[in-house]
Design a protein around this ligand. Structure first.
Ligand code: FES
Length: 270
């Protein structure tokens, strides 16, 4: 059976010969539409912020937005550069150019996001039991979708970047002028990092790295235990995917608002 007619996966089955695109009568189009709007809005916001090159650091309290972490451009405020400055200060290069492309690739190749944007952007298919408009289905067997298989490697890099975000959040408890400080910004930075760890550790590749390539769990009790924890997190991966989009945007907006002087940080200590 040709792949142009059979997308069911069962040999010889093909699609039912019904004229209607779908027989569903519920609002099946709502989830892909909501996903489309949310993704477009988020990417627009993140793009503007990544290239803005200002309002990314609160000098008084040491808050650094995750969109500028690590801040490695020679244009960065020196106190915001926890890991040195070595990229040129040009308008077309984000200050966190060493991390943002990998974070983007990590999310683009994420199993959950793939499902979400295949449905919302490529309508492939837009929902269960709704025919897709494409005539051919080649899966992820060719370039560029073949690159989705590199997700595991982006997971390793994203894990490293999450550790850097954690360092930023912990460093913000020491005020640049000296002494301990605690404000609403600290709480927001830490909450964002906790969610980022949830998203990263619940990754399907993480589950495979922790528990894969073993013949007998009984001979690897530690890995079995870890695999059990990661598996529990994994069941909430979709929730973490959305929660981290929200927390990243909120954290960045809060840092921008305080840095720009639109609001003052709610201080608890210092
Ligand atoms: Fe979503 Fe790995 S599967 S981040």
């Amino acid at each position: 059976m040709s792949s142009t007619t059979d997308t069911s996966g069962s040999p010889g089955a093909g699609r039912a010969t019904i004229a209607a695109r779908t027989l569903r009568t519920d609002r099946w189009w709502l989830p892909p539409l909501a996903t489309f709007v949310a993704f477009v809005a988020w990417v627009a916001y993140a793009t503007v912020r990544a290239f803005m090159q200002q309002y990314y650091y609160v000098e008084e309290y040491g808050y650094l937005t995750p969109f500028y972490s690590p801040c490695v451009s020679v244009g960065c405020i020196p106190e915001a550069s926890h890991f040195g400055q070595f990229t040129p200060d040009v308008w077309w290069l984000p200050y966190a150019a060493v991390s943002l492309p990998f974070l983007l690739l990590f999310r683009l190749t994420c199993y959950y996001y793939r499902k979400a944007y295949y449905r919302a952007f490529w309508l492939s298919p837009p929902a269960c039991a709704v025919a897709e408009p494409h005539k051919r289905y080649t899966g992820e067997t060719r370039f560029p979708l073949l690159l989705q298989n590199a997700h595991r490697y982006f997971f390793y890099i994203a894990g490293l970047i999450t550790l850097i975000n954690a360092y930023d959040a912990v460093a913000a408890f020491s005020k640049p002028g000296g002494g301990f400080g605690l404000g609403l910004g600290n709480i927001i930075l830490v909450a964002n990092v906790v969610l980022l760890f949830g998203y990263t550790l619940s990754c399907h590749s993480c589950r495979s790295v922790v528990g894969g390539r073993l013949n007998h769990f009984s001979k690897h009790p530690v890995r079995y235990k870890l695999w059990g924890w990661v598996s529990k997190l994994n069941t909430r991966h979709m929730a973490y995917a959305w929660a981290t989009l929200a927390s990243l945007a909120l954290t960045d907006f809060y840092v921008m608002a305080v840095s720009a002087g639109w609001i003052t940080d709610l201080r608890i200590v210092g």
